[in-house]
Design a protein around this ligand. Structure first.
Ligand code: F6P
Length: 365
């Protein structure tokens, strides 16, 4: 059995706050405790696909020089549209380039790889690891917090804090103008950000993709508040929420692609007529992903990074680190790769919201 001497690390999928803090923890643990070499692979799996390979050796000085703990984004770069099994070619076709990526791991002389990614990235990375016989350990990250079997993924807490701050700022202006303010937050498939931010930010209505809603239900809630003398209403909606008729709301952007966005605009128009109040909407977008990581994300990133390196040391591959019951755990990658963790419509967070009188849609609970 080959001893571990050199490991790789990469970030994959959408960026978020806390990725550099994971990189820092991995570098510190791997070098200080085990004396390994750490190679930072650029732009996710692209760094292993490109020739020459795109990477940089990471050392302890890098942390001191760049203050990785506090730095937003990822110093390694990332991509969220480059599945090597169906790689988008310039002529519009898709090509299987997985062999090139697999060869890159060997060319770089890696004994193991630590990959930081969300559910989609982890599915692809696990497929590569199985095909290429890689020694893979995964760290969950995504502001959407929808990676299975971990209570928290890196980036979520910071994203929620940004959304709560937005609500804190929207509330006084809503009250001053007697308006209903609608805040659209990220959350493609799962509404964890909307649910947490809505509860923490004092929303009156929270809409998430997991729970159907009606404009009538929203109108009833907001109208009754205004009738009781409240001067404003706050609505938080996840970008993945559909129209009342079940149509996804997307915007087209360059290259013939489309992405979620626009549900707040739709609701704003509808509610202006139905509630007979002035409405305004704000789309928070990528503001939630950038910036300085929160305390929780720094703690999580540090614990995940150290534990991931320890798993490599113990040769416990094909695992993901996670957070459950106040501590770091490990789970088989097979159980989480490509699996989405949705909000439970009957879970404690939805019950809390309902208990506070917040309208969360039309499921009995
Ligand atoms: O998956 C994380 C996420 O931030 C989603 O909430 C959002 O829909 C998506 O990424 C945005 O991706 P992009 O950066 O490609 O616009």
């Amino acid at each position: 059995m080959q001893p571990i001497r050199k490991i790789g690390i990469l970030t994959s999928g959408g960026d978020c706050a806390g990725l550099n803090a994971v990189i820092r923890a991995v570098v510190r643990r791997a070098i200080s405790s085990y004396g390994w070499q750490v190679m930072g692979i650029k732009d996710g799996t692209l760094g292993l696909m490109n020739r020459p390979l795109a990477y940089q050796e990471l050392d302890l000085a890098l942390d001191t020089d760049t203050d990785l703990l506090r730095l937003g984004g990822t110093i390694l770069g990332t991509i969220n549209k480059g599945d090597p099994f169906a790689y988008p070619m310039p002529d519009g076709s898709k090509k299987d380039r997985s062999d090139e990526v697999i060869a890159g791991y060997r060319e770089l002389g890696l004994d193991a790889l630590i990959a930081i990614g969300g559910d989609g990235s982890l599915r692809i990375l696990r497929k590569l690891a199985q095909k290429g016989n890689w020694n893979l350990v995964a760290v969950p990250k995504t502001i959407d917090n929808d990676v299975h079997l971990t209570e928290y993924a890196v980036g979520f807490s910071t994203g929620v804090e940004v959304a709560v701050e937005a609500l804190d700022r929207l509330m006084p202006t809503a009250a001053s103008h007697h308006r209903v303010m609608i805040l659209e937050v990220m959350g493609r498939d799962a509404g964890h950000i909307a649910l947490h931010a809505g509860v923490a930010g004092g929303a009156d209505v929270i809409l998430i993709p997991e729970i159907p809603y009606s404009l009538e239900g929203m109108t009833k809630k907001l109208s009754s508040l205004l009738a009781e003398g409240r001067k404003h209403g706050l609505v938080v909606v996840a970008e993945g929420v559909k129209t009342e008729d079940g149509e996804p709301v997307t915007v087209a952007h360059g290259g013939g692609q489309s992405r979620y966005g626009g549900i707040a605009h739709y609701l704003s128009d509808k509610l202006a007529d139905l509630v007979k109040a002035e409405t305004r909407y704000t789309v928070l977008g990528h503001v939630q992903r950038g910036g300085i990581p929160s305390m929780r994300d720094r703690v999580l990133a540090s614990a995940f990074g150290v534990h991931a390196v320890d798993l490599v040391h113990q040769r416990r591959f094909d695992r993901m680190v996670g957070w459950q019951d106040r501590g770091v755990i490990e789970v088989p990658l097979e159980a989480v790769a490509g699996v989405t963790r949705y909000c439970d419509p009957f879970g404690p967070m939805v019950r809390t919201a309902r208990g506070l009188g917040i309208y969360v849609g039309e499921v009995a609970g």
